[in-house]
Design a protein around this ligand. Structure first.
Ligand SMILES: Cc1cc2nc3c(=O)[nH]c(=O)nc-3n(C[C@H](O)[C@H](O)[C@H](O)COP(=O)(O)OP(=O)(O)OC[C@H]3O[C@@H](n4cnc5c(N)ncnc54)[C@H](O)[C@@H]3O)c2cc1C
Length: 645
């Protein structure tokens, strides 16, 4: 295994490309050189040799350089030596006799040994050699090294792709050296075992789920990206008092939902958008309108199968290897790669009653949201968003199939007026009496303080409700607005700071030209396990509620009037940074799906939890191989963080 993996690591250097050529030359040398080929073999380096001898040392640039030079000279020397091979075809018998004393004319040996090779056979041999030479040269071309997949032993590392170096944010594009498409957990274990044992300082590994990160979190500059979607996606279900599904870390939540609905089940806690992977959201938290009731997705996992940074395959839970289980949940991909997860399921409702109410007052808006999350027995989902302009009113209605007759005055550019929308949902089970649901919604909304008559409700299938963002995606895709820059900022804000945060936010945006959505909704602290790696705001108060605010901005570089160039993108990112820093400093807010350009920023982000996080890293990924895209534990030059140019 060691040799095979040595070859994998070699993909990152040209010297190792040369190894490929040398391997081919060694392999073909008996045909090219005849019986005394072994003389020439001795001058060729042995492929894989530098790795074998480098357990504790490293593939330093110097040794790589020596190796390249050695390989080049040896290979070319060998190719030049082939010239005399054609001699016998044109030489006289006398020449041949003379040449028998010459040690560097191997085909003479060949001819003498065989003696009876006919002229036709010799021509055939020459042709074969020419073909083989062409083959060798084509294998040696740099183009070939970059373009062709390279199969080295048990793992098949592939050349990088544009997908592996990009994400939804379209802000950073860090190219890895190679991509692994694992066919099993063992493939990932093999890779990480080797890398951690070899102490190769520069090779890092990032698991890539659906690549819906914003700031290159699933990228690995010059490292290896593991495409989690390649893992077999079979889902196993258990239906009982406690129902659950065992699912691959690379599977999408939509796949799990579709399969479980066939059994009348569904995950208890989902994200708004379902084309995200199980491992990707569990590495963050996974939140949505159900979080106030069931907690984030990381609170709804019974067991994980993880490959640690050391390459160990561990099945962990709250009762077995608890430290690893807690570390990985919300662990930003730093401690291990989630290959399987056991996700809690509940009985799926048949439909939902989906309600939206509009507000012109922020205080009334948040008060009603807090009222709704205090009624978990009656309410199943609570979210909300800011209505900044006509466009945001229109785009938020794409998936909501009611005839919304809300035409507010958005004011002038100098004195804009903004509005808010609360949305909540009540599950409708097949056995539920429809009148009872109508009654429940009336009772709930009767306690709310929205703008008079601005409450709308619709009944939709449970699947359509959960998959609502897909409709928005399709609409954005059709107008070319999906694959644009996404300078997003998500913050957890303590309840006491939410008014201050709103002011800070409104000072930093112009409502009239904001493209995108600003989500605001409350979460309840006691639904979060503080032993996991997730970071929440620290407050001295006993307030259970805190808010998540998602500034989900789109910046279209191709817009004919407001096209957002690199400069504009940089400015938006700086503005978000200012909001994030001010909110963290003054209001005790913390970023969700955080991005910090320096390790110091990450330390401040973790606050008093930093030590535990760093200890977990030292324990489960001591070589700092995993999750380089987060920039928390940089190693060598690979850890350098780049800002968009
Ligand atoms: C349109 C859209 C809607 C979204 N809606 C929500 C939402 O409602 N709620 C919410 O909470 N989030 C939401 N997100 C954010 C989303 O949860 C995160 O970006 C998440 O990381 C995306 O998952 P992914 O599979 O794309 O992960 P990736 O972007 O591929 O990876 C994210 C991080 O997790 C690591 N990682 C990936 N897979 C694994 C694994 N198997 N094991 C260990 N580490 C791994 C990566 O290395 C990286 O550090 C949304 C994002 C988008 C683009």
């Amino acid at each position: 295994m060691e040799v095979a993996l040595c070859r994998h690591e070699s993909l990152t250097t040209i010297g190792n490309g040369m190894m490929r050529m040398v391997s081919v030359l060694r392999l073909l040398s008996p045909i090219l050189l005849g019986p005394n080929h072994s003389v020439w073999l001795s001058i060729l380096p042995i492929p894989g040799e530098p790795c074998r001898g480098m357990h504790s040392s490293k593939l330093s640039s110097f040794s790589a350089l020596i190796y390249i030079v050695q390989s080049f000279s040896a290979s070319f020397y060998l190719l030049f030596l082939m010239k005399p091979l054609s001699k016998p075809h044109i030489s006289s018998s006398a020449d041949r006799v003379q040449n028998t004393h010459c040690v560097d004319t191997p085909s003479i040996f060949l001819q003498e040994a065989t003696g009876r090779i006919t002229q036709t056979m010799e021509i055939a041999m020459v042709c074969t050699r020419v073909i083989l030479l062409i083959l060798i040269l084509s294998l040696c071309s740099p183009y070939k090294f970059i373009q062709s997949p390279m199969d080295f032993g048990p793992l098949n590392l592939l050349p990088t792709t544009t997908t592996a170096s990009s994400d939804f944010g379209r802000i950073l594009f860090h190219s890895p050296s190679a991509v692994l498409k694992p066919q099993s957990t063992r493939d990932i274990s093999l890779l990480l075992s080797f890398l951690s044992a070899s102490s190769l300082d520069k090779v890092t590994v990032a698991a890539r789920g659906a690549g819906h990160s914003i700031h290159g979190q699933a990228q690995a500059l010059d490292g290896i990206v593991v495409e989690m979607s390649s893992l077999p996606s079979a889902i196993e279900f258990y239906k009982g008092d406690v129902s659950y599904a065992d699912v691959s870390g690379g599977a999408l939540w939509i796949e799990l939902l579709e399969q479980s609905l066939k059994l009348g089940l569904a995950p208890r806690s989902l994200t708004d958008y379902l084309y995200l992977t199980i491992g990707g959201t569990l590495s963050n938290a996974g939140i949505s309108g159900q979080t106030f009731k069931h907690g984030p997705q990381i609170s709804n996992v019974l067991q994980l199968e993880v490959v640690t940074g050391r390459g160990e395959i561990v099945t962990c839970s709250l009762t077995k290897d608890e430290e690893l289980f807690n570390a990985v949940l919300g662990g930003l991909g730093q401690f291990g790669i989630i290959t399987r997860a056991r996700i809690l399921l509940q009985e799926a409702p048949h439909k939902v009653k989906w309600v939206r109410a509009f507000y012109d007052d922020f205080g009334a808006f948040t008060k009603d949201q807090e009222l709704l999350v205090s009624m978990p027995d009656s309410v199943d989902y609570v979210e909300g968003f800011i209505v900044l302009n006509e466009r945001s009113l229109h785009s938020s209605s794409i998936a909501f199939p009611a005839n919304v007759d809300f035409n507010p005055d958005f004011g002038a550019m100098s004195s804009p007026k903004i509005y808010y929308c609360v949305e909540f949902a009540v599950h409708v089970h097949q056995t539920t009496n429809t009148n009872a649901v109508e009654h429940a919604v009336r009772v709930i909304s009767g306690q709310m303080s929205h703008v008079a008559s601005q409450l709308y409700s619709v009944e939709v299938s449970y699947f359509d409700f959960l998959n609502r963002v897909r409709m928005e995606e399709m609409s954005l895709r059709s107008s070319g607005l999906w694959e644009v820059h996404h300078p997003w900022l998500n913050m957890f804000v303590p309840k006491a700071g939410i008014n201050g945060f709103r002011d800070l936010l409104m000072d930093s945006i112009s409502p009239d030209n904001f493209e995108g959505l600003i989500l605001i909704y409350p979460l309840l602290r006691h639904k979060w396990d503080t032993n996991t790696s997730v970071v929440l705001p620290e407050t001295g108060s006993t307030d259970q509620a805190m808010y998540v605010v998602g500034i989900l901005r789109s910046a279209n570089p191709n817009h004919p009037v407001d096209g957002c160039s690199h400069r504009c993108l940089r400015e938006l990112l700086l503005r978000h940074r200012h909001v994030a820093d001010a909110a963290a400093g003054g209001l005790g807010a913390k970023q969700y799906l955080a991005h910090h350009p320096t390790p110091g920023g990450w330390r401040r982000h973790f606050g008093r939890r930093w030590e535990r996080f760093a200890e977990r890293k030292a324990r489960f990924d001591p070589q700092r191989i995993l999750g380089p895209g987060q920039g928390i534990f940089p190693k060598g030059s690979n850890g350098a963080r780049m800002q968009p140019s």
